[in-house]
Design a protein around this ligand. Structure first.
Ligand SMILES: [Zn+2]
Length: 334
């Protein structure tokens, strides 16, 4: 059928084996969204609103952004893949419920059957998002972005480093050789930096508030440390300059985007002043340059602790919409 542009792929017909023409209606989104009901960590009253994963899924459907066939359900990551990033001692402690008291306090969420399943599923989901992004140019996991998990311990609500597991799994399967992680959560991507330190196959970029958790920030390949209360214009100028430079220095096989909702000005754990519009502009900067360079993007969500959970849900849905809009502008072969 030759090259088509995505925005025209609304309805088209094709010949069937008996000579009839069938109307094929493509899915509403031009890429897959990865979701599992057990992404909800069931934390009860907690500053981390893990019910947001379900709320985002429901909002995408209710608002007609996605339809049921756009979603894929992941399997939990195999332990073999988790062990490509995490130490056997740490994984064993998680599986046998034997973290020390100080390890539990550092993690800041309980170790339970539902949290363990939620993190294993998130890692499986980010891996699946990476695989689907290689096929469709984009894919999004509605969980993930647990960038504070280190090889040997978890911290800051992050038990398993889903993006690390995904990259290592895709590399081991020969699907990708190199990757870049671009992390726009308001908190520094300390676990990501530690996991990939000294690894020339993975470039790490983190843009975050300097005076915020974590206090120890191991160096990423590029760290954009921001002052308190920076707003849209300054943030976007700094970010775009850094992102262009990063992709000038390093041409990866895949982008893993950790799209944090917590640089939002109403966030309870953040100290930056971005608006909803500024956050979506940030997403577009990531997606536009990646698409122009032909690099597939796997999106994961990350922190979001807005006073109103609806705002956090809106920010994450806006990320999906930005990916959709840019994906639809890309030439497709049919
Ligand atoms: Zn965060």
């Amino acid at each position: 059928m030759g090259a088509l542009y995505g925005q025209f792929r609304i309805l088209f017909s094709t010949a069937t084996t008996d000579g009839q023409f069938a109307l094929l209606i493509p899915p509403m989104l031009p890429f897959k969204v990865i979701y599992h009901p057990q992404y909800d960590l069931d934390l009860g009253p907690h500053v981390f609103p893990s019910e947001k994963f379900r709320l985002i899924h429901d909002a995408l459907l209710a608002e007609g952004i996605a339809e049921a066939s756009d979603f894929l359900q992941p399997e939990p990551a195999p332990d073999e893949d988790v062990l490509r990033v995490h130490t056997p001692a740490y994984v064993n402690k998680l599986l046998t419920d034997s973290l020390t008291l100080s390890e539990r306090m550092k993690l800041e969420i309980p170790l339970s059957e539902s949290t363990r399943m939620g993190f294993w599923l998130a890692a499986g989901g980010s891996t699946l998002a990476g695989r689907k992004a290689l096929e469709d140019g984009f894919a999004a996991n509605l969980s993930g972005g647990f960038h504070h998990a280190y090889p040997g311990h978890g911290e800051g609500f992050c038990m398993i480093h889903d993006v690390g597991v995904a990259i290592r799994s895709l590399q081991a399967a020969g699907k990708i050789r190199t990757a870049i992680t671009v992390d726009t959560d308001v908190h520094h991507g300390n676990g990501t930096a530690a996991i990939f330190h000294g690894d020339s196959s993975v470039y790490t970029l983190s843009i975050h508030q300097e005076n915020n958790y974590p206090s120890r920030k191991p160096p990423s390949n590029m760290d954009l440390h921001l002052p308190d209360r920076i707003g849209d214009a300054d943030y976007l100028a700094i970010f775009e300059r850094g992102w262009v430079q990063a992709l000038g220095d390093f041409h990866p096989d895949m982008v893993f985007y950790v799209g944090g909702a917590d640089p939002y000005r109403e966030d309870q754990l953040g100290g930056l002043s971005l608006t909803l519009e500024g956050l979506q502009r940030r997403d577009r900067i990531v997606f536009e340059l990646s698409a122009r360079l032909g690099i597939p993007v796997a999106v994961t969500l990350a922190g979001g602790y807005a006073r109103r959970v609806e705002d956090t849900v809106r920010i994450h849905c806006n990320t999906i919409c930005a990916a959709r809009d840019i994906s639809l502008l890309q030439p497709k072969s049919a």
